[in-house]
Ligand binder design. Structure first.
Ligand code: G4P
Length: 524
């Protein structure tokens, strides 16, 4: 197959949702369609249940699972689909943000009863920053939930998405009868508890008597609903969807395998093939001859005796080849990889060649950090993996004086993996760890001890936010640096950040230093 064909038949996407909306269940059903798994229940839930937040074994078990499920590739009707897994637990939200940079589109799963939940809002916001095409899947239609029109309103208001339903539910909960596909004019009927894939029944005219035969009393309601749908929502246009300006909505029940095939069939038709990426020098497109890609995730080995890791690289352009020298741009070094891995049907296997859109797993002994670019020699750096100002902070101190070196190395490597962010007081030299969730502090402490033989202790710090800052007004910068000397730290790249101890002090600084810009993501 030609390289162009290989590119065009790839779809790389992520499923995002608030925990419990049905992401794992939907993933599993998609894999079943692709023949990637044979039985339901084969996809282990990659989520740390709320009750298990302090359970170390659980975290370790999760780390094992999340390597296996980091990317799930399968073939469906000649299309190579790569599903990027995103952690469900909100403490690992930043992992999800980074994973989204490797996706070309997303499917958002929403629980019909719960509607738009906080984590969905945050994740969709990040998708909108890049105008990623979004498909919405309203799940759990077999359960009582919100009225479909109200729910679509809520999605438009809270997620700032323009939507158009491509399928429409006929009732819900125990009375759920199925969906009418407004795009293909077909009716798909739901039989509770029956996981057989129902084929759509073609309907030429909704006024037709056969519709009454299938739906009984619900037929008139459907006619009314569809009239309203046609009047209220815009016609679906693929180009608008691809620009991130219009999201098609499907209704179904992942658990009952209902509406999933419809979602998948539409997905492979409309979802974008691999999209190029912006670098600091130019826009790179997949069709280019020369290989390039970026690291969006690093996973430490499960075996604490081997500190090696897997770096997950999204291929942006060219063909990645085994045993070929590539250029690690940040280190300005040539590296080659003897056993690059692909993840097909939940199995890892060594591959010789991979194409844009694919995710290749590279064995790493500490050369990579998140955001690194590899190329065939060109000096470019992919953009788009910002760090966000963390929400929780603690001083980290060495708890075993003889192990200072191990501690420093451990912290360094964990930060490269993107577990948390490190700030070092410019004057005090004290190290501050910032995270988005409380769980990471425990993970760091545990992993430092078990993988690096170093013990750390946390100390309280009153810190509201960190803000990167810059200004062209040298006088203001000088004054700010002098007055806030004890509140300025350096991030891992050596850039200055302001450590604001309260919302008030941040506001005061913003008001006083009008020529200084403060940023809450690292990319500005
Ligand atoms: P997540 O990955 O988004 O966190 O959600 P997950 O798929 O684990 O689903 C959360 C719960 O919702 C699961 O039940 C799952 O069985 C259920 N679920 C998913 N899709 C549907 C659906 O279409 N209808 C109904 N009624 N339930 C659905 P659980 O009891 O929490 O877990 P489990 O013990 O069944 O695994």
């Amino acid at each position: 197959m030609s390289k162009l064909k290989e590119i065009q038949r790839r779809r790389t996407f992520a499923i995002i949702s608030h925990p419990d909306a049905g992401k794992t269940t939907l993933t599993e059903k998609l894999l079943l369609f692709g023949g990637a798994i044979q039985v339901a229940g084969a996809v282990k839930s990659n989520k740390i249940k709320k009750t298990a937040t302090s359970d170390w074994m659980e975290i370790e078990r999760q780390r094992g699972i999340s390597v296996a499920t980091s990317v799930m590739g399968f073939e469906y009707r000649d299309i190579k689909i790569n599903i990027l897994d995103t952690p469900g637990h909100q403490d690992f939200q930043e992992d999800t943000f980074r994973t989204l940079t490797a996706a070309d589109s997303v499917v958002v799963v929403i629980d019909v009863a719960k509607g738009v939940e906080p984590q969905t809002e945050k994740l969709v916001k990040v998708c909108r920053m890049r105008n990623i095409p979004i498909i919405v899947f309203i799940n759990k239609m077999d359960r009582p939930g919100k009225d479909a029109f109200e729910l679509l309103d809520e999605i438009e208001q809270k997620l700032f998405l323009r939507v158009t339903p491509l399928s429409w539910p006929i009732n819900m909960g125990p009375a759920f009868k199925g969906v009418y596909n407004n795009f293909s004019n077909s009716l798909t009927l739901f039989t509770p508890g029956k996981q057989v894939i129902e084929e759509g029944i073609e309907i030429n005219d909704l006024q037709d008597k056969t519709v009454d035969e299938y739906l009984g009393d619900d037929a008139d309601q459907l006619r009314e609903d569809i009239e309203l749908v046609d009047g209220v929502y815009p016609e679906f246009e693929v180009d608008k969807y691809l620009d991130g300006k219009l999201s098609p909505v499907f209704f179904g029940s992942a658990l009952n395998n209902f509406g999933v095939k419809e979602l998948l069939d539409n997905f492979i038709q409309i979802a974008p093939p691999p999209i190029g990426r912006n670098s600091d020098t130019r826009q790179v497109v997949p069709e280019e001859d020369q290989f390039s890609g970026f690291v969006f995730k690093i996973h430490a080995n499960m075996d604490p005796n081997h500190r090696d890791r897997i770096a997950f690289v999204r291929i942006v352009s060219g063909t990645f080849k085994r045993n070929t020298y590539y250029h690690h741009v940040r280190l300005d070094r040539k590296l080659k990889f003897a056993s690059p891995t692909a993840f097909m049907a939940q199995k890892k296997s060594i591959v010789d060649e991979m194409y844009p859109g694919d995710i290749v797993g590279l064995h790493d002994t500490g050369n990579f950090k998140i955001g690194d670019t590899i190329t065939e020699g060109e000096l470019l750096n992919y953009r788009g993996i910002p760090s966000f100002s963390p929400e929780l902070f603690k001083y980290v101190e060495n708890a075993s004086p003889l192990k200072a070196k191990q501690l420093a190395k451990g912290i360094d490597q964990l930060m490269d993996e993107g577990v948390a962010q490190l700030f070092t007081g410019k004057h005090t030299g004290r190290k501050i760890i910032g995270t988005v969730g409380a769980l990471q502090f425990e993970v760091i402490q545990y992993r430092l001890e078990h993988e690096y033989g170093a013990k750390c202790r946390y100390e309280h710090i009153t810190l509201y936010k960190t803000a990167w800052f810059r200004s062209t007004n040298e006088a203001q910068l000088k004054d700010f640096r002098a007055r806030k000397a004890n509140q300025i730290a350096l991030d891992k790249e050596g850039r200055e950040v302001f450590l604001a101890d309260s919302q008030f002090s941040l506001q005061m600084a913003q008001q006083k230093y009008t020529d200084i810009e403060f940023f809450f993501t690292s990319e500005f």
